[in-house]
Design a protein around this ligand. Sequence first.
Ligand code: DQQ
Length: 582
Amino acid sequence: MGALGRVAWAWLLLLQLAGASHVVYENLLEVEAAAAAVPPSIVDPLLRTGYHFQPRKNWINDPNAPLYYKGWYHIFYQYNPKGAVWGNIVWAHSVSRDLINWVALKPAIEPSIPSDKYGCWSGSATTMPDGTPTIMYTGVNRPDVNYQVQNVAYPRNRSDPLLREWAKPSHNPIIVPGGGVNATQFRDPTTAWRAGGHWRLLIGSVTGSARGVAYVYRSRDFKRWTRVPRPLHSAATGMWECPDFYPVEAAGRREGLETSVSGSGRARVKYVLKNSLDLRRYDYYTIGTYDRRAERYVPDDPAGDERHLRYDYGNFYASKTFYDPAKRRRILWGWANESDTSADDVAKGWAGIQAIPRTVWLDRSGKQLLQWPIEEVEALRGKSATLKDRVIKPGQHLEVMGLQTAQADVDVSFEVPTLAGAERLDPALDGDAQRLCGARGAAVEGGVGPFGLWVLASADRRERTAVFFRVFSPARGGGKPVVLMCTDPTKSSLNPNLYQPTFAGFVDTDISNGKISLRTLIDRSVVESFGAGGKTCILSRVYPSLAIGKNARLYVFNSGKADVKVSRLMAWEMKKPLMNGA
Ligand code: DQQ
């Protein structure tokens, strides 16, 4: 019995002597249960993700140069071979036939030449006209300051579908900062695109006045590059890391476009510019038009660089897309860091995962992207459970039984019979989803909602991560109801040493018919959610201390004042794929 238990029993004895009530006795039993359930160590292997991409051990960050070659998918990523914190970065390399089962190869790029001696940082792959991929990446070439240059690497053996060996030609570095460019903030080249005989690519940077910039470099031969005097785009956001720039079909079609597809002959092509904000550590994007003669990009929404549409409103950074010619789709990879402490990471020996690859395409409205887990992930689905037409009354919850849910895929369609009771949106919080969710978290009763899922919940529900919607009537009357989607992990663990903020985004959907869907991928210490068919996505890292392994439960809950119907819920256990030997 622990110290707390001994105190509890001492109190119990005293209270019994004093004729204390049955209720007090029960409370004390709870205190004793809590004492017995001291949060287990964070190093518990049951908290280790299983079907999210990860190496066998150590630190990972940005996904680099995803590509498809001769029947194999490749992912490279920033990796510390020596430990579970950032440092000693090399390009680790894994290959897959299906984007789900991964085999680790030896690192593809490691410091070995003067222009990358002090770091091999992020970059991208470009497919040459003969089908061979070329990697362009940032090298750090000085020990004292992070002076950044760009290098290329080519496959040594083009007939090897696994692209095991990479060669760095002697003409590296091929792009160096100059002409007023900030040499210590000059990195992460994009995939190049070609038009009119020229290759172009972007490099992220920041100006002296703290504007994030994407510089355009042009080349005829992929060797000699010159900077276009004006950047493609810039905004008052601070440093732009890991820019990404690609065309999308404007018709709301799922089909992806190869990066060099231009607008000409395809009147309805739009462009996406994504930047990773170093200051705020999230990825935001705008949709707009690209004028390749002027080498300028103009967002459709003039306020897009302030409003910040995000791929994901949670823990998701340094992302990168690639065009998959095998299935003619564009796929998004993004890094999800831990939200425990660095000391925890060292103790557990690993840190960082990649989110499930997502197919991305433009919504029919043209105003935002949609994202959906690649279809291949469904091959991991095992035992399932279904709920149909179940009404959840205000204040009630319903457990989804019959399967383990520590690793599960849950897809649920909700229907709210009436929106009449929706709370009016506080004008002071209008437009600020994050603050709104902070003020009106999962435990705060609303009119319509909060309703959604409690995942990774303990049997007594002391631990639970809520993924939910809440519907408001517009702050100033008129217009459509405002839908907020949140992940609230503030009760996700009894472990007090975790960073567990609520995450939130608005869902641009018309809920006047009362319908909205939610898909959540649960993988032990990650909860990755897709609202309204992928309009709003939130990834959260959580580390339960009770709700682990077989003790993790799944509930549908309704803490609003209006009934909510689960029209249909499907949940599947998820199997473990081959994961780099992890
Ligand atoms: N991570 C890399 C940089 C990039 C940053 C270094 C983003 O190239 O800007 O590991 O997470």
